[in-house]
Design a protein around this ligand. Structure first.
Ligand code: FES
Length: 195
């Protein structure tokens, strides 16, 4: 995993990251509640994941990947707990989590729609496809819908330019995307969204 966070995020999101990020490292670590089954961050979940990786500091990235898979994002309390359990500086854990674009420090929707706006996709109508998704989902790129159903992202290239314009929905590639296809895809995952 080498991708650095880029311009796919909103300025507001970056500002929020900065406010919540390593600068808060001087504060005492926030402890998380031990509950694991409520969907809220739990120290027990962190403990299990850290144990799975034998508490190795060098396993920080796979640990964060596992935790993101569990929570669908990396809550601040979880990052602090990881630092505490691994014996790493809080600022270091935060810097890793903010460096990689694949980590999200904001709650993500149940479904993720990623629209490619790389050159190949852009010249084949990617911008119009993105606008269509924004209209249909009622959110701009880089945001999550208020009901927690959708996160809409834009990226610069997904490495499958022959499929342009390309959209990835919940990990599934949909090439030669059109507005009609987009409607079909959205209808399949949330029938009530298609009016
Ligand atoms: S430009 Fe879209 S996949 Fe490469």
């Amino acid at each position: 995993m080498t991708q650095k966070k880029g311009n796919g995020r909103t300025r507001a999101g970056k500002d929020a990251d900065r406010k919540a990020g390593p600068s808060s490292g001087s504060l005492p670590p926030r402890r998380v509640r031990g509950g694991e089954d409520s969907g809220s961050p739990g120290a027990g979940v962190v403990e299990r994941v850290v144990a799975k990786h034998h508490g190795r500091k060098r396993a920080l990235i796979p640990i964060l990947q596992d935790l993101q898979e569990h929570f669908r994002w990396l809550p601040p309390e979880v990052l602090d707990e990881v630092a505490r359990q691994l014996g790493l500086p809080t600022a270091h854990v935060w810097s890793v989590a903010t460096f990689y674009r694949s980590f999200s420090l904001e709650p993500r929707g149940r479904h993720t729609c990623t629209v490619c706006l790389g050159t190949a996709c852009h010249v084949r109508g990617g911008a119009a496809i993105l606008e269509h998704f924004e209209r249909r989902l009622g959110i701009p790129a880089g945001r999550t819908s208020a009901d927690g159903e959708f996160t809409l992202e834009r990226v610069n290239c997904l490495g499958a330019c022959a499929l342009a314009p390309l959209v990835v929905v919940d990990g599934e590639y949909h090439g030669q995307m059109t507005e009609t296809k987009a409607n079909d895809v959205l209808k399949k995952i949330t029938p009530r969204k298609d009016g």
